[in-house]
Design a protein around this ligand. Structure first.
Ligand SMILES: N[C@@H](CCC(=O)N[C@@H](CS)C(=O)NCC(=O)O)C(=O)O
Length: 206
């Protein structure tokens, strides 16, 4: 193995976060796309390439393996401008990343998945969809408030917390059905991310 291999799901925000940071950092790697329900995903799991059974997974050139999108962001961002040096700023950044995984992703990504993946349609009861809509709007309102006096979630420059939050926020309206007109500051923040040099869309496959 001579360079990093990334096993990632093309349609997934968790995988997109990692592809996006790699692009913004200008890092080269081999992409192994494994879409939901594909033979490639089954093969990756059968070959032990996804030790925790989920993607993304980053395989380093020396053979070490990293699971969990936000842990991978931390690893790739360490020592760059994407991770602040100050311990308090780092902790603030991690707080947003835990918020993303514990609260944002289980609501906003799940509603989008119920709408977008046909095999999950039977789980999209009207009651569940309505609850996810309300919960998601409340979470987005927290993000909107946080952006009241800043361009980025932690400090004056973008960090990996912005990438983590962007992964599923960027499609909250188009895939999740959330009313993004209510959140002008989030829309401005998304526009600032798309303007970063090296930015790629979710659809872009390396
Ligand atoms: N907390 C994990 C979640 C990873 C995850 O749920 N990945 C999904 C796609 S979003 C997956 O690999 N699904 C394939 C499967 O369950 O078979 C992370 O952030 O990396």
């Amino acid at each position: 193995m001579t360079q990093m291999n990334l096993y990632s799901m093309p349609s997934s925000g968790n995988s997109y976060k990692v592809r996006l940071l790699l692009a913004l950092l200008g890092r080269s790697y081999t992409h192994i796309p494994c879409e939901a329900g594909s033979d490639a995903l089954s093969a990756a799991k059968a070959e032990g390439k996804a030790p925790l059974g989920k993607l993304p997974v980053l395989h380093l050139a020396d053979g070490r393996v990293l699971n969990e999108s936000d842990a991978i962001l931390w690893y790739l961002g360490a020592g760059t401008n994407w991770v602040p040096a100050d311990p308090f700023a780092q902790a603030q950044m991690l707080a947003w990343m835990f918020f993303e995984q514990n609260r944002h992703e289980p609501v906003i990504a799940v509603r989008a998945a119920l709408l977008c993946y046909p095999e999950r349609a039977h789980l999209a009861t009207p009651e569940r969809m309505a609850a996810l809509l309300d919960e998601g709007h409340a979470l987005l309102a927290l993000m909107e408030d946080a952006l009241q006096d800043r361009d980025w979630f932690c400090g004056t420059t973008p960090t990996i917390a912005d990438i983590a939050l962007y992964g599923y926020t960027c499609t909250a309206g188009t895939r999740g059905g959330y009313d993004m007109d209510r959140f002008p500051r989030i829309n401005g923040w998304c526009a600032r991310i798309t303007a970063l040099p090296g930015y790629i869309t979710l659809e872009h496959q390396p």
